[in-house]
Design a protein around this ligand. Structure first.
Ligand SMILES: *Cc1c(COP(=O)(O)O)cnc(C)c1O
Length: 401
C-alpha cells in the first residue's frame, strides 16, 4: 500500500529542487492553455551546436554504445586538461580530471568524497539551490555566509570571518553566480585563499558560467590570484551552460589526484561512466570551435540591458546588474506586506505564486536560494517575452495595495 513503507532518515534533510518545481507548475499551466511566459528556466535558450549533435549521432552509428572507463574516456579527459592548459595556463593531467553526469553530479561526487558528519561547509548566500542539500546528504553542515546586495553580492572578509569555526572544512564559490550573476572580486578571492591556506580548507570553485561574463575585465579566479591554492581546489564545470547541452548530462571536475580518485570510487559504485554518446558529443564541444559561448553572450547582452533597465525603473525594486550568467535577481521586498484581493504577499514564495497565477509569469522565489527578499528571472528567453513579461510585471505590481 502506498505511503506505508518507512523512508530513510536522510529523506528528512532534503526537499525536491524548487526551481524544477516551479518549472513543472508553469509547464502544467501552459499545457492547460495558459499563456505562460517562462522566466524560471535555468538553461540557455539555444540548441546544442550542430557539430556537437553530429558527434553524438556518429557515436551511435559507430556503435560507441558500451561502458566506458568510469571517469570518462581518456581522450575527453585529456582534451579537458589541454583546454585548461591552453585557455588558463593551469596544468592538470588526465588523471586529475573526472567526467561525470553533469555539473551537479560533480558537486555530489566531490561532497561524498570530501565531507562528512561534523564538517562545516561555507556557502555564500544567495546560493545555488543544490549546494545545501548536497552538503547535507554527505552528512555535513552548510554554513551560510551572507552576501549583501549593496556590495554587489561580493564576499566580505568580515562576513566570512564571522562564519568560520574550528569545524570549517571548505567553501563553495560560484562566480559568476546563479542566481545573482555577480562575480567575486579579486580582493574577496585573495581573502578566501589566504584563510584556506592557513586552515587547510578545500576550495570548491563552481565555474559553470565562466564563459558567460559580460565585464570587459578578465573574470578573477582564485587559482590565478593565489596559485598555491591549486592543491586544495576542486574545479567544477561542464558543457551544460557553455554549449547549451543541459540534457546530455556531462560535467567535469579537476583537482588533486587523490581527490579525483576518491570521486571516481564514488562514481564507480553509483552511476558508473557518464553516457558514452554524450561523452563523444562533449569531446566535440571541447576540442571544436570555441565561438559558441561568445555568440550566446552577444545575444544575452541586449536582453540583460533591457531587463535590468525595466526592473530598476519600477518603483521600489532594486536590481544589481549581473556580471555574468543569464539571471537577474531583483529585490521585491518593498512589495511584501501588500495585498491582492485580501491576500497578503508575505515573501518571495507568495510573490512568485502571485506572478504565476495573476500574470502567468514563471519565476523562482528567492527563498529557494536562501534570499527571501529576491525573485530570480532568467533572461535566457526571447526579447519579445522579456518585453511582454516586464509589462505584465508592472501591471501585477500596480494591483498590489
Ligand atoms: C546549471 C548549473 C550547474 C550544472 O548543471 P548540470 O546541468 O548538472 O550540468 C552547476 N552549478 C550551477 C550554479 C548551475 O547553475
Amino acid at each position: 500500500m502506498e505511503g506505508q513503507l518507512a523512508l530513510a532518515d536522510r529523506m528528512k534533510l532534503i526537499k525536491p529542487s524548487p526551481t524544477l518545481a516551479v518549472n513543472a507548475k508553469a509547464k502544467a499551466m501552459k499545457a492547460a492553455g495558459a499563456d505562460i511566459l517562462n522566466f524560471s528556466v535555468g538553461e540557455p535558450d539555444f540548441d546544442t551546436p550542430a557539430h556537437v549533435c553530429a558527434a553524438g549521432k556518429k557515436a551511435i552509428d559507430e556503435g560507441f554504445t558500451r561502458y566506458t572507463a568510469v571517469p570518462g574516456i581518456p581522450e575527453l579527459r585529456e582534451a579537458i586538461a589541454a583546454r585548461y592548459a591552453a585557455d588558463r595556463g593551469w596544468q592538470y593531467e588526465a588523471d586529475q580530471v573526472q567526467v561525470c553526469c553533469g555539473g551537479k553530479h560533480g558537486l555530489y561526487n566531490m561532497a561524498q568524497a570530501l565531507f562528512g558528519p561534523g564538517d562545516e561547509v561555507l556557502i555564500p548566500t544567495p546560493y545555488w539551490v543544490s549546494y545545501p542539500p548536497i552538503v547535507l546528504l554527505a552528512g555535513a553542515t552548510p554554513v551560510f555566509v551572507p552576501l549583501d546586495e549593496n556590495e554587489n553580492f561580493d564576499l566580505t572578509a568580515e562576513n566570512l570571518s564571522r562564519c568560520v569555526t574550528d569545524r570549517t572544512r571548505g567553501i563553495i564559490l560560484n562566480s559568476p553566480s546563479n542566481p545573482t550573476g555577480a562575480i567575486f572580486s579579486a580582493r574577496a578571492l585573495a581573502k578566501v585563499a589566504q584563510m584556506a591556506l592557513e586552515r587547510g580548507w578545500v576550495v570548491i570553485s563552481d565555474d559553470i558560467y565562466d564563459t558567460i561574463v559580460y565585464e570587459d575585465v578578465q573574470l578573477p579566479h582564485i587559482l590565478n590570484i593565489e596559485p598555491k591554492i591549486k592543491d586544495q581546489t576542486i574545479i567544477l564545470n561542464g558543457v551544460s551552460k557553455s554549449f547549451a547541452m543541459t540534457g546530455w548530462r556531462i560535467g567535469y571536475s579537476l583537482g588533486p589526484r587523490h581527490v579525483i580518485a576518491a570521486m571516481n570510487k564514488i562514481q564507480s559504485q553509483s552511476t558508473s561512466n557518464p553516457a558514452s554518446i554524450s561523452q563523444k558529443a562533449a569531446l566535440a564541444a571541447v576540442v571544436g570551435p570555441q565561438d559558441f559561448p561568445g555568440m550566446m553572450k552577444q545575444s544575452f547582452l541586449p536582453r540583460r540591458a533591457f531587463i535590468v533597465s525595466q526592473l530598476t525603473a519600477i518603483e521600489g525594486i532594486s536590481c544589481v546588474n549581473p556580471s555574468g550568467a543569464f539571471y537577474v535577481f531583483p529585490n521585491f521586498s518593498a512589495y511584501y506586506g501588500k495585498k491582492f484581493k485580501g491576500k497578503v504577499i508575505t515573501g518571495s514564495v507568495d510573490m512568485s505564486e502571485y506572478l504565476l497565477e495573476e500574470s502567468f509569469l514563471a519565476t523562482v522565489p528567492g527563498a529557494a536560494f536562501g534570499a527571501d527578499e529576491f525573485v530570480r528571472f532568467s533572461f535566457a528567453t526571447s526579447m519579445d517575452a522579456i518585453e511582454e513579461g516586464m509589462k505584465r510585471l508592472r501591471e501585477a505590481l500596480g494591483k498590489l495595495a
